[in-house]
Design a protein around this ligand. Structure first.
Ligand code: NAP
Length: 315
């Protein structure tokens, strides 16, 4: 008989169904995936690993033997906030396909800013025929804040496309061809030299509100910003003030404090803001479920829990 692995999710019906369509087949050889509500009492008490996507914390707590949870998302700030520190270990989704997709998005929106598309769009609305000086990619420094699985892939892709690339992380890093910075001084230094700043760090106690008035003062005059990380890392009020003053030229925002972005939010109508509905790197159910199957299969074979979140660091 196959071991039962609970699937716990309070996501939308559509999202839950999408996972229910792929997870059982992907895990067919290693386990039987069952929604939490379908578990028998015996299965609930025996479960050592569960697959979670925006789970109700009470349902996670109702599995007393749980050793670890496999998240279906890359960002785990909500799980870290919801699950007790002495609770099950949290394994986030790390999918090379997601790094590819994110690096493609970073490249696409960097090119959008690099080739002045927002400005030409505005000119078209006003029927203005006017060209602007074309800069070469190597004349633009792109600062990638967060050099993890996604940030490092994005930085390397930008480099391959000819941009001058700098990166910033918590600990010291060496990436070939990328100027690497770290720590508080490193943040001021990278902001100071970047023409386009890409946020790709996790939301933690340390990064919440980090890109606010003080940090934005370090930015180059006329720099642009892309937030593909999490809304609360960027102080939206400070951003709007910097855009209105002309200190920043444009912001591409994919993530917000509240999602969907409320209709009344001033970001919607701001001419220097491009609003995206959290689409830069969605989880791809097919590749993600293969990774989940591999992680859980290996755990059943060897007892090894995949690399999990450091609860003190928050990522
Ligand atoms: P990751 O592999 O954990 O990497 C995180 C990076 O951020 C690391 O380089 C880390 O530094 C750095 N960092 C963390 N805290 C820092 C701090 N206080 N100061 C400076 N650097 C700090 O994460 P990832 O897989 O690349 O994902 C990054 C984030 O992208 C996720 O947490 C998620 O929120 C977001 N995301 C967004 C989407 C979307 O569709 N918009 C999709 C997927 C993920 P060290 O290298 O020193 O540890």
């Amino acid at each position: 008989m196959k071991t039962v692995v609970p699937f716990i999710s309070a996501a939308s019906d559509g999202e839950r169904q999408a996972w229910r369509d792929v997870l059982p087949a992907a895990l067919e050889e290693v386990a039987e995936v069952k929604p939490f509500e379908a578990l028998t009492e015996e299965e609930r008490l025996a479960a050592k690993v569960a697959i979670v996507a925006n789970p109700d914390p009470a349902e996670v707590a109702a599995l007393p033997a749980l050793v670890w949870v496999q998240s279906l998302w890359a960002g785990v700030e909500r799980l870290c906030a919801d699950l007790p520190e002495n609770g099950p270990r949290i394994v986030r989704l790390t999918d090379p396909q997601m790094a590819e997709t994110m690096s493609e998005a970073v490249l696409a929106w960097t090119l959008y800013l690099h080739r002045d598309m927002p400005r030409y769009r505005l000119q078209q609305e006003k029927k203005i025929w006017q060209d602007h000086v074309l800069k070469l990619p190597q004349e633009r420094t792109i600062g990638v804040l967060g050099l993890g699985k996604l940030g490092a892939a994005a930085a390397l892709r930008l480099k391959t496309n000819g941009f001058d690339v700098a990166g910033w992380s918590r600990s010291e890093k060496v990436l070939e061809g990328i100027s690497c910075f770290h720590g508080e001084d490193g943040l001021a230094a990278i902001l100071n030299r970047s023409d386009i700043i890409v946020l790709l760090m996790p939301l933690t106690v340390e990064t919440k509100g980090l890109i606010g008035e003080k940090a934005l003062q370090h930015c180059k005059k006329g720099a642009a910003l892309i937030n593909f990380a999490r809304g609360p890392i960027l102080d939206a009020k400070a951003l709007i003030a910097a855009l209105d003053r002309g200190d920043l030229s444009h912001a591409v925002l994919d993530v917000f404090n509240e999602e969907p972005l409320p209709q009344s939010d001033p970001l919607w109508g701001h001419e220097s803001v491009t609003v995206l509905p959290h689409i830069s790197a969605p989880t791809i159910t097919t590749t993600a479920s293969r990774i989940v199957a591999r992680n859980i299969g290996r755990y059943f074979e060897t007892g090894t829990v995949p690399e999990s979140v450091d609860r003190k660091r928050g990522y």
